[in-house]
Design a protein around this ligand. Structure first.
Ligand SMILES: [Zn+2]
Ligand SMILES: [Zn+2]
Length: 829
């Protein structure tokens, strides 16, 4: 019986539409599994292959939990506000709602073809007023809590198109539409105080099962640095005392300060230069200004992403002012330099320099022959006869040459004690700085959620009352932003003019809309019950379904989306609306799918311009969904970028066809118990398969299925019905269509009635042997392999285990003793 991919996949997709599987049940005593995908923006281009990689990955884990009997929530939806729909509206005059609906219909069709266990009764669309009513409600909660505020903040402004531009619309510093140089223009905007959550956002990361990479990206984005503001002093030209505040993150090294540097354009420079040094300093400052302008020009002209290393690696220079500065810690006098590497707007525009413990200061000290006194123990550098360190050490250790603080740990107790001692004299205060800035939360755009506020001359800014939500988007004639930098909504007097909910007087609506992020900051809270009318979510659902157990999506969202969503959840937790303060317990970021491009000759990210895009519709038409699903999981570890190759699809096609033929072969299934050898083989397979899935290596789980198939065919194994189910259930997570057909044909049952297999450790384990891996007779490692495995199966793996020793020579002979040992005889290079 030949397997007819197209007919059988169509049959099951139609069946699943009529008989949905894995629908979420009401909160109950069963264990739950909430698996979330980063929902797509429904672009006109449809699903791309990267979407498939993500959705299949989340689906295979959902399917395991489903067959294990969990209550499953695996929803799908659309993040549908945004620029592309609005730009299409401006260009083609199609209402964004119309193009969005059309694109969603196409996405929905394509998503059905993925064959995933999506619960379509939970579908969300962020542009649906029944949804954004609650996006607006959440904003009002933030506004009432003092977390949303108005400010004059800069936007990208095209002086030719007279419009504000999103960052994505600024290309090489120019307007995407007309090429004019983009300017910054201050306009009235709304911002959210995400900065007041900086510490909470940092602290929560430690409790999450996320990759270190993403945690580090979030930490760096928040950019917390703890240091101190310390006051140095000097006498100006007239002999008056001048205070020089500096900011440093290393107050522990203050006894190693050998000079102080000030920015060339700092307002104190003029007062602090001695008469003798005036000409030299003026000349230096003039040059620094010219150079700064030149660098700015280079950066403006350079294409985005160009190598600007020349700017960064410019040699650090300075000029002595003739003035000496007093170090408040030891009262030593050190020279004051004007140096262009110090930026006026960063910190206080004055820095203390510790050459022994800072690379930049070290280079400067060598150039100008300044002391490099070591004050922290550690590092490789030696000390010369003058006490100068031979190379900088930026790590931590015990303090030395630091007076009363010697012996304290530099970065902990030492730092605290030094700040404390100076603070008592009023010469220092601890300062914590963050890179994180407040979140500009308004757009001067049409296609977004209107910000639900009303401006009243009497009452000020008044939130729209709950019973008047949602504030719906009115229809407009033109989608272009107005020439004033205001949203197109500002041009609709009928909509703008309203009455104040507090005093009933004439008032005006806020015309800014929310950024595209707004809808995706909380959609996972709405999924358990997207049709709830009286509130955004129910208490029972939050207690049962949340937090999300597994969140799958691209690394491009590692910072902003995840940070914003965490911020929302923390605010809602603090305001008492939800019982948890982190939304996503486990996060998995899948890698990209790359493909060879004829145009560039490189394997790279798929893009239209490179002509290397694979359209999933073409693949499902030719191979079917199962083969695409399985190939996209087989191409490599899911967290890494992988190269797409059509030959890989053919390999999977051969495998699935052989699998079908094997399982449907006559006399494959007997009513008696299977032979012990066959039982062992299947239990061992289940053990390998589950271990590999548990360690997030579905590609190797598929490999274990391929090995099993070879052995079943080679031994012409006869299975019992139970053993067949133990094979078909794991197969189903990758190829649900074929597995459903096999369940019907072979098991005379339904896939939903299959249980997830467990293995008997006694049956799975006993045919394993441990190999000693030797190099020239010396054991360097061990390897567990199947008893009786062939040399070709064992040696390559042994090779990788002792690779670092093999690298020191060339292999001249391999001695293989089956079930016992591999010995590599090597000749040193
Ligand atoms: Zn323009
Ligand atoms: Zn009023």
């Amino acid at each position: 019986m030949r397997y007819d991919v197209q007919a059988i996949e169509k049959k099951w997709q139609a069946y699943w539409e009529k008989h949905p599987q894995a629908l979420a049940a009401e909160p109950n005593s069963r264990k739950k599994f909430y698996c979330l995908d980063m929902f797509p923006y429904p672009s006109g281009a449809g699903l791309h292959i990267g979407h498939w990689r993500s959705y299949v990955l989340s689906d295979i884990y959902t399917r395991v939990k489903w067959l294990e009997g969990y209550n499953i929530l695996h929803p799908m939806g659309y993040d549908a506000f945004g620029l592309p729909a609005e730009n299409a509206a401006i260009k083609e005059g199609i209402h964004p709602r119309v193009s969005t609906e059309r694109n969603i219909a196409n996405f929905r069709r394509q998503l059905h073809e993925v064959g995933a266990l999506f619960d379509w009764s939970k579908e969300i669309n962020t542009t649906d007023p029944d949804y954004y009513k609650w996006t607006q409600w959440i904003f009002i909660q933030m506004f009432k809590a003092g977390l949303a505020y108005e400010a004059n903040l800069p936007i990208n402004w095209c002086p030719s198109c007279l419009t504000g531009l999103a960052n994505e619309e600024v290309v090489n510093g120019g307007c995407e539409r007309c090429g004019t140089q983009v300017e910054q223009k201050n306009i009235r905007q709304w911002a959210l105080k995400i900065t007041s959550y900086a510490d909470k956002l940092l602290e929560g990361l430690d409790r999450l099962d996320w990759s270190d990479k993403v945690k580090t990206m979030q930490k760096n984005w928040i950019g917390k640095s703890e240091g101190a503001r310390i006051t140095f002093s000097a006498l100006d030209r007239a002999g008056n005392k001048v205070e020089l505040p500096i900011f440093t993150t290393r107050p522990d090294t203050i006894f190693g300060v050998s000079y102080v540097a000030i920015a060339p354009d700092h307002e104190l420079v003029d007062r602090l230069v001695t008469a003798e040094r005036r000409d030299a300093v003026t000349e230096y400052c003039t040059q620094a200004r010219v150079e700064a302008e030149r660098q700015l020009e280079i950066q403006k002209d350079a294409p985005r992403g160009a190598n600007l290393r020349s700017v960064e690696e410019k040699e650090k220079t300075g000029v002595f002012t003739g003035t000496y500065v007093t170090n408040p810690a030891n009262h030593e006098k050190v020279p004051l330099y004007v140096a262009d590497y110090v930026l006026k707007d960063y910190g206080t525009g004055i820095v203390m320099a510790v050459p022994a413990h800072d690379e930049r200061d070290f280079a400067f000290a060598v150039r100008y022959d300044l002391p490099r006194l070591k004050v922290v123990l550690g590092g490789e550098g030696g000390v010369d006869s003058n006490g100068n360190l031979s190379q900088p050490y930026t790590g931590t250790g015990l303090l030395v040459n630091s007076g009363a603080f010697d012996g304290l740990d530099a970065q902990t107790t030492g730092k605290a004690a030094i700040i404390d001692a100076l603070a008592k004299k009023g010469l220092a205060e601890p300062v914590t700085t963050y890179k994180l800035r407040d979140w500009i939360f308004s757009r001067q755009r049409y296609w977004g959620e209107p910000i639900p506020l009303i401006h009243c001359a009497q009452c000020g800014i008044v939130p729209v009352p709950d019973n008047q939500l949602p504030v719906t988007l009115p229809d407009v004639e033109r989608y272009e932003p107005t020439g004033t930098g205001e949203s197109p909504l500002a041009g609709i007097p009928d909509w703008v003019n309203t009455t104040c909910p507090t005093c009933g007087g004439a008032a005006k609506r806020e015309t800014n809309t929310m950024p595209q992020w707004a809808g995706s900051c909380w959609y996972f809270l709405r999924y358990p019950n997207p049709h709830l009318k009286e509130s955004a979510w129910s208490k029972e659902d939050m207690a049962y379904w949340l937090p999300v157990d597994l969140y799958v999506g691209g690394i491009e969202h590692a910072i902003l989306h995840l940070l914003y969503a965490r911020f929302y959840v923390k605010v809602l937790f603090d305001l008492g609306h939800i019982p948890f303060d982190e939304p996503f317990t486990r996060l998995y970021n899948q890698g990209m799918v790359l493909k060879y491009s004829e145009k560039s000759g490189l394997v790279e990210k798929m893009s239209k311009s490179k002509g290397n895009v694979v359209n999933p519709d073409d693949i499902t038409k030719e191979y079917g969904s199962d083969i695409l699903r399985m190939y996209i999981m087989f191409m490599g570890p899911p967290d890494l970028d992988c190269e797409w190759q059509n030959s890989g699809l053919d390999g999977i096609k051969r495998f699935t066809n052989r699998f079908w033929d094997c399982m449907t072969a006559e006399n494959r299934i007997a009513t008696r118990d299977a032979d012990l050898a066959v039982q062992k083989r299947v239990h061992k397979f289940v053990r390998d398969f589950t271990t590999r899935m548990d360690s997030f290596k579905p590609n190797t789980a598929i490999a274990s299925m391929m090995e099993l198939l070879n052995d079943l065919i080679a031994s012409n194994a006869v299975l019992s019905r139970d053993l067949a189910e133990m094979i078909i259930a794991p197969f189903s997570i990758f190829a649900p269509h074929m597995a459903s057909e096999l369940a019907e044909v072979v098991l005379k049952s339904e896939l939903s009635a299959c249980t997830w297999p467990t293995y008997d450790p006694a049956l799975a384990a006993d045919d394993e042997v441990t190999y000693a891996i030797q190099i020239n007779g010396k054991t360097r490692g061990t390897l567990v392999a199947r008893k009786g495995a062939a040399q070709d199966d064992v040696v390559p793996e042994a090779n990788t285990i002792v690779a670092k020793w093999l690298a020191s020579g060339t292999i001249i002979k391999v001695v293989f003793v089956q079930d016992r040992m591999v010995n590599f005889v090597i000749k040193p290079v």
